[in-house]
Design a protein around this ligand. Structure first.
Ligand SMILES: Cc1cc2nc3c(=O)[nH]c(=O)nc-3n(C[C@H](O)[C@H](O)[C@H](O)COP(=O)(O)OP(=O)(O)OC[C@H]3O[C@@H](n4cnc5c(N)ncnc54)[C@H](O)[C@@H]3O)c2cc1C
Length: 398
């Protein structure tokens, strides 16, 4: 099938690779002139890593990143441990793949290289989709340079501000959550005792939290979230004031040396969107953030885009009727992504002690269970890290 993909983000590239490996002819158009990924880290749960394994690039991705031994939730001020979810070898044993943290640029480069091997010349940079002529028997798009490109299927993988979504379903109505996030990559000396502990750290406090993890031995990814209403820009790359960041987290002693090294943090406002009721119309389909953008509090946005790409390639026939496959794709993928969207939203509340009951439930029984029976803690995440798209075996091996 001739397939056009708008957007060479993680979802678009993963879909292109999975579809090309199945024998489809894919063309990916990307508005950016180069794949210069924003400097940021990414966590890939075992659910995403099992898909990347099946696409033949799991080892490369794991080698480019770090494999944290645990996710540890701590009180931000006292650094007291609240809960630990074992990862490392325990994650591989239980969920069949590693948990990996890495630089987004490394993942994008590995996906693009693999696509080039699977179908040389499939990626077209500097091409912007501007309009769509979507019919029952085919689809054509207009580009900013005045070209028309035709295909049997258009996949809109064009991210949170998707043009494809807007043409198909009209403008969306995001809700400002009141959360503003800071992010920074911070160079550290791994031997420095003041460096933040290795592994994924979630540091929780009143109306704020921070997440730290290493993406290279000497590079820490920091995301820090506060509640405030004076910043409503959703752009990912707007510079913020490092002193304001330090003031927001004053008294968080373990993080202070890391915060002291931040030069220009980036800042963005977090908006929430409800699950959509449809992802396709005629010969155009949405995947990734274009149809299920999520708050970053479960670190699963990119993972869901990767799962989407694989699931679609499993379902789409090489020729013949397309619509039943698109309907099945929605029926299989929407409930899982909607559950993750909802959980990411509720984590945003629980992490900030906004809901005392939820906080208590999270801190007391779980904390005790964690030290006594790590398996019980891991079992809570089977549906997420052990689940995945059609075609991928379940990762629950324990
Ligand atoms: C700070 C931060 C931390 C995160 N951490 C994690 C994490 O740890 N783990 C995780 O799984 N997820 C994480 N996420 C979420 C994850 O980054 C996103 O869910 C994921 O990048 C979405 O991928 P995508 O391909 O759907 O969209 P995007 O990455 O937004 O890609 C869309 C692409 O489409 C292109 N495009 C847009 N419009 C057009 C057009 N008209 N024509 C042509 N091209 C177009 C864009 O240039 C872009 O390259 C995080 C997000 C943020 C902001």
């Amino acid at each position: 099938m001739r397939i056009l993909i708008a957007g060479a983000g993680i979802a678009g590239l993963a879909a292109a690779l999975a579809l090309a490996r199945k024998g489809h002819s894919v063309q990916v158009i990307e508005q950016a002139a180069a794949l210069e990924e924003v400097g940021a880290g990414l966590q890939l749960g075992p659910n995403a890593m099992r898909v990347l394994d099946a696409l033949g690039i799991g080892e490369k991705v794991a080698a480019a990143g770090q494999s944290p031994a645990a996710i540890t939730l701590r009180d931000g001020r006292s650094a007291r441990e609240i809960l630990k979810v074992p990862l490392g070898e325990a994650a591989k044993r239980r969920w069949g793949a590693a948990y990996v943290t890495l630089h987004r640029a490394d993942l994008v480069a590995i996906l693009a290289e693999a696509l080039e091997r699977a179908q040389p010349g499939a990626l077209h940079l500097g091409v912007t989709l501007t309009d769509i002529d979507n019919r029952a028997d085919g689809v054509a798009i207009a580009t900013a340079s005045g070209e028309t490109l035709a295909a049997e299927l258009l996949i809109g993988a064009d991210g949170i501000r998707s043009v494809v979504r807007e043409v198909l379903f009209g403008p969306d109505t995001p809700r400002f959550t009141g959360h503003v996030a800071w992010r920074a990559l911070v160079r550290i000396d791994p031997a420095d005792p003041a460096a933040p502990p290795p592994g994924v750290g979630a540091w929780l406090g009143a109306r704020r939290h921070a997440v730290t993890y290493r993406i290279r031995p000497d590079l820490v990814n920091l995301v820090a979230v506060t509640e405030q209403s004076d910043w409503r820009d959703e752009g990912w790359n707007l510079p913020g004031d490092a002193d304001r960041l330090r003031a927001d987290f004053a008294g968080w002693k373990v993080l202070a040396p890391l915060l002291a090294r931040v030069e220009t943090p980036l800042r963005w406002a977090l908006f929430d969107r409800k699950p959509m009721r449809a992802w396709h119309d005629n010969r155009a389909l949405l995947i990734g953030d274009a149809c299920h953008p999520m708050l970053p509090f479960l670190a699963q946005g990119a993972a869901m885009g990767i799962e989407d790409g694989y699931a679609l390639a499993e379902l789409l026939p090489l020729e013949g009727e397309i619509e039943p496959a698109l309907a099945r794709f929605f029926a299989l993928r929407q409930p899982r992504t909607a559950r993750i969207q909802a959980m990411a939203r509720s984590n945003g509340v629980d992490f900030h002690e906004g809901n005392p009951l939820a906080t208590l439930a999270m801190r007391l029984p779980l904390g005790r269970a964690a030290s006594a029976r790590p398996d019980a803690v891991m079992a809570r995440w089977d549906w997420l890290y052990g689940g995945g798209p059609i075609g991928i075996r379940s990762g629950i091996l324990a």
